[in-house]
Design a protein around this ligand. Structure first.
Ligand code: GDP
Ligand code: IMO
Ligand code: MG
Length: 429
């Protein structure tokens, strides 16, 4: 099976977009299978910078792209993104993009609820992207979602609107908000339907045909394993499963189609939003990592929290997701540091831990145990082969492989598409 699944193995923003774009030249189809426009994937090709949230990152190369049923789709955000990227010369036509007819829609009432809850939570807020992701997934499993296929049946929407509005009106009343304006919602849906429907297809069937024909499928994950609703730092997580196992349920193919699971791993750690972060640095070093790594959120512009590489978390996340090999990104950001630290374990109340305990209070209190590395002189920035890397940088990469028990398949050394070292081709591994 020549497929590849790309997933984030930390708290998102590992550089998935860059790697998916790079790999897309070898793929026949790129598929998003979870998340929504909470994702922000940045691709840099020459002097062009592409910022994608919903569109699969293969779209920039014109690789046929699919938004699977596991994605929650904000049709207005999609339209804005399609228009924006058209302005950069990338045409997103129904020939190149297909959207599952069964995708649940994110509506304005979901965005409202996301914001209302966050505002009401004070210090306990999740720090969501306020895009309505969580409320939309809740309505999906609550069986009251409006889906892409409903856009072709808006005259039959009343029973669904009854269910949806009964639920949301009760929640809104709790926030002293007006009930949902059903007529306005229906009018919005009527207006957007002609834009979305040409892309709507039974994508499970296209993927089945592609698999039978031996085509190469590249699955593009969003967020990261530590934001997974089951396996992440709950409740400070997103509302979908971000692990590689979601490719099947999120796109309508079998569980064995994931192929090579390529975990994207940043050479240090970042997190946006609230929640535990054992190796976080609230000092000048953290500041330096953020500045050198340009760690500002693509979606919300928020400053990302920064810290040293946490091998405990990556080993755990890689095991949970069945990672075959990793792409190590942003190694260049560590150029010039005198000392680089790796967290190899935790202690809590005098006890050693080689994994992150599940309770948030424990997660917030674990103390990292560090191994120190002497930084390298010289630079990794822009390196395209092992031979270009300083010996101590290679030592750092090898130690990471050892600690996380996963081999490196790719190393990324700048935001540019081609500043990538290929160690082992995931498509022919
Ligand atoms: P994603 O959400 O996983 O796709 O990651 P983001 O695009 O949100 O964040 C990664 C950021 O790092 C983007 O601005 C990329 O352009 C940039 N980036 C990716 N790989 C590298 C790298 O190897 N070195 C440097 N310096 N920047 C990188
Ligand atoms: P990419 O694909 C980093 C975080 C939010 C918040 C939590 C829940 O670019 O790696 P949500 O809006 O999903 O309900 O927010 O998850 N989050 C991300 N952090 N990268 C992302 O995506 C993220 N998507 C969501 O900051 O802490
Ligand atoms: Mg991102």
């Amino acid at each position: 099976m020549a497929n590849v699944t790309v997933i984030g193995v930390q708290w998102g923003d590992e550089g998935k977009g860059k790697i998916v774009d790079w790999l897309a030249s070898r793929a026949d189809i790129v598929v998003r299978f979870q998340g929504g426009h909470n994702a922000g994937h940045t691709l840099v090709v020459g002097d062009q910078v592409y910022k994608l949230s919903l569109l699969p990152s293969g779209i920039v190369r014109g690789t046929p792209s699919v938004i699977g049923n596991g994605v929650v789709l904000d049709p207005w955000a999609l339209k804005a993104e399609v228009e924006k990227i058209a302005g950069q010369g990338v045409a997103v036509t129904p020939d190149v993009l297909r959207i599952a007819e069964t995708c649940p829609l994110i509506l304005s009432l979901h965005r409202d609820l996301d914001g209302l809850r966050e505002d009401a939570s004070g210090a306990g807020k999740i720090g969501t992207t306020r895009r309505g992701i969580g409320p939309a997934y809740e309505d999906k499993v609550g069986r009251r979602a409006i889906r892409v296929c409903d856009l072709a049946h808006l005259n039959q929407l009343e029973p669904q609107l009854d269910r949806l509005c009964a639920h949301h009106d009760a929640l809104r009343a709790g926030f002293s908000e007006q009930p949902v304006d059903r007529e306005a919602l229906l009018a919005e849906l009527r207006e957007i339907a002609p834009f979305v429907l040409p892309y709507a297809k039974p994508v499970w069937r296209d993927l089945d045909v592609a698999l039978r024909a031996g085509k190469k499928i590249l699955f593009e994950g969003a967020q990261g394993v530590l934001l997974d609703v089951d396996h992440g730092t709950y409740p400070f997580v997103t509302s979908s499963n971000t692990v590689a196992g979601t490719t099947g349920s999120g796109s309508g193919i079998g569980p064995n189609a994931a192929g090579f699971v390529l975990g994207i791993v940043k050479a240090y750690t970042t997190r946006v939003g609230s929640g535990p972060f054992p190796t976080e640095l609230d000092d000048a070093t953290g500041q330096q990592l953020g500045e050198r790594g340009h760690e500002f959120g693509t979606v919300t512009g928020r400053k990302r929290r920064c810290g040293w590489f946490d091998a405990v978390l990556v080993r755990q996340a890689a095991a949970i997701s069945g990672v075959t090999g990793i792409a190590l990104t942003k190694l260049d950001v560590l150029d010039g540091f005198d000392t680089i630290r790796i967290c190899t374990g935790y202690t809590l109340d005098g006890k050693d831990y080689d994994y992150l305990p599940p309770h948030p209070a424990d997660q917030a209190r674990v103390e990292p145990v560090y191994e120190d590395f002497k930084g390298w002189s010289g630079t990794t920035a822009g390196a395209r082969s092992w031979a270009d890397l300083p010996a101590r940088a290679i030592k750092y990469v090898r130690r990471i492989e050892e600690l996380i028990r996963c081999p490196v398949a790719l190393v990324s050394t700048s935001p540019q598409r081609d500043d990538t070292i290929l160690v082992r081709d995931p498509f022919s591994a």
